[in-house]
Design a protein. Structure first.
Length: 425
């Protein structure tokens, strides 16, 4: 008996694309031949029967059997409020060492009967990221996710075109393909995320806080203890650093009016293995809006990481109320009939109150609109409070137009979000 696995995904791959396994056999002419395919992971085990196609090959896409959702709480604490690096749990936003096995079977005395032993393929990492149909199936992940040079990015969808910084040139951070700007407030919580491919060369994250006069102060986060073929989140936003008790980590609050925080992956000799992420102080260097309530939104992006944006302009809450009512018979039918004239006939029995927030962004460039597209299509969206907790929400808007005007003008974006839970009444 000969089973040959002719096609399988890479050792590290994404859940958001086709995950094709193909197999052939020398016993395909037996009556009622089918492969029994078993897909096993921490999510459970699924068993299928797959016949041969006209080309004599069994082909199965296992992606829909291994759907993932990013972990949102760690020991009861929001992912956004972490103060030390955390690993994405297997079975949440990633799978580690899932297996797919093929076993032959055909009809014997009228009964489908398994034959021989299974042939099994084990893959080391699958995480909650997405490619598009326009990306060829042969697209490899090394060029996008491997940290081995200063043009490489973390899992974030942010690019050099997403945001700009008015003071960047003045402070020595001019526009460049390997510089990615992120406006942050002192009160902002968040993480940057990395998936470690087996051939990674990065050994540290170097985090540098620039004082108001430009003096740099750096510390390293060692990556050597973070297993290969896993996914990790690094809490390097201002509020996380200020709350952290990790040994050697610096705090922005110790440097009043700090300019920015830079984060990049480096190898053992200190050479850049990623783009430089510049988290600049929007409280001091804009954009900010002191008279409006900030609405900070987080969402699971196409790279599998958590993405963030602050809607700093006017936001308004509204409420949609679904009323459940009943009409009672008036009066008390006891030994005698009584009625006070103050009883309710039509009575509210239960109200379902949806809480909706309409928020407005600051002016956004074309690259910013490309980034916001991820928010509008994401299935995991949160409001992140200044306390570091989060409120799950869903996006109400069913349409999103990505502005692509090349006239230098900037446009604002509004969004309607609905809290996932009713207002209790």
């Amino acid at each position: 008996m000969a089973i040959t696995i002719t096609q399988s995904p890479a050792q590290e791959d994404l859940i958001g694309r086709r995950l094709i396994y193909s197999a052939t056999t020398t016993n395909g002419l037996n009556a009622g031949f089918q492969f029994t395919v078993v897909v096993s992971s921490t999510l459970g085990t699924t068993t299928l029967r797959v016949p041969l196609n006209v080309a004599g090959t069994a082909i199965i896409d296992v992606a829909k059997l291994l759907l993932l959702k990013n972990q949102e709480l760690y020991s009861g604490v929001s992912i956004h409020r972490q103060t030390a690096p955390v690993q994405e749990p297997t079975g949440a936003g990633c799978l580690i060492n899932y297996t797919v096995s093929f076993q032959e079977g055909w009809t014997v005395a009228g009964v489908y009967t398994l034959q021989g032993t299974p042939t099994t393929v084990t893959r080391s990492l699958l995480w909650n990221a997405t490619l598009q149909a326009t990306d060829p199936y042969s697209t490899t992940l090394q060029s996008r996710y491997l940290l081995n040079g200063q043009s490489q990015r973390f899992l974030s969808d942010r690019t050099a075109d997403t945001f700009s910084w008015l003071y960047g040139n003045h402070f020595g951070f001019g526009p460049a393909s390997n510089t990615i700007f992120i406006p942050v407030r002192n009160a902002d919580w968040g993480v940057l995320s990395i998936a470690y491919l087996t051939t990674k060369t990065a050994t540290n994250l170097t985090v540098t806080i620039f004082e108001s006069d430009g003096t740099p102060n750096s510390f390293n986060i060692s990556l050597s203890t973070h297993n290969q073929s896993t996914m990790w989140h690094y809490p390097v936003f201002p509020a996380n650093l200020n709350a952290s008790s990790e040994t050697g980590w610096l705090k922005p609050q110790d440097y009043p009016n700090w300019r920015c925080i830079t984060v990049r992956a480096v190898n053992g000799s200190g050479s850049a293995q990623s783009a430089t992420y510049v988290l600049y102080n929007a409280d001091t260097y804009g954009p900010k809006d002191c008279i409006q309530d900030n609405v900070r939104l987080a969402w699971k992006g196409s790279g599998g990481s958590w993405e963030y944006v602050n809607f700093i302009k006017k936001s308004e809450p509204s409420y949609n109320i679904e009323r459940k009512q009943m009409r009672k018979v008036l009066g008390n039918y006891g030994a005698t009939y009584t009625m006070t004239g103050q009883e309710a006939g039509l009575t509210e029995t239960e109200n379902f109150v949806d809480q909706i927030i309409t928020a407005n962004s600051d002016y956004v460039s074309e690259g910013g609109f490309e980034y916001l597209r991820g928010l509008f299509v994401s299935k995991q969206v949160h409001i992140v409070t200044d306390a570091g907790t989060h409120i799950p929400v869903v996006v109400e808007d069913n349409n999103f137009a990505s502005k692509r005007t090349r006239d230098g003008k900037y446009y604002a974006q509004s969004i309607r979000i609905k809290l996932s839970n009713y207002l209790w009444t």
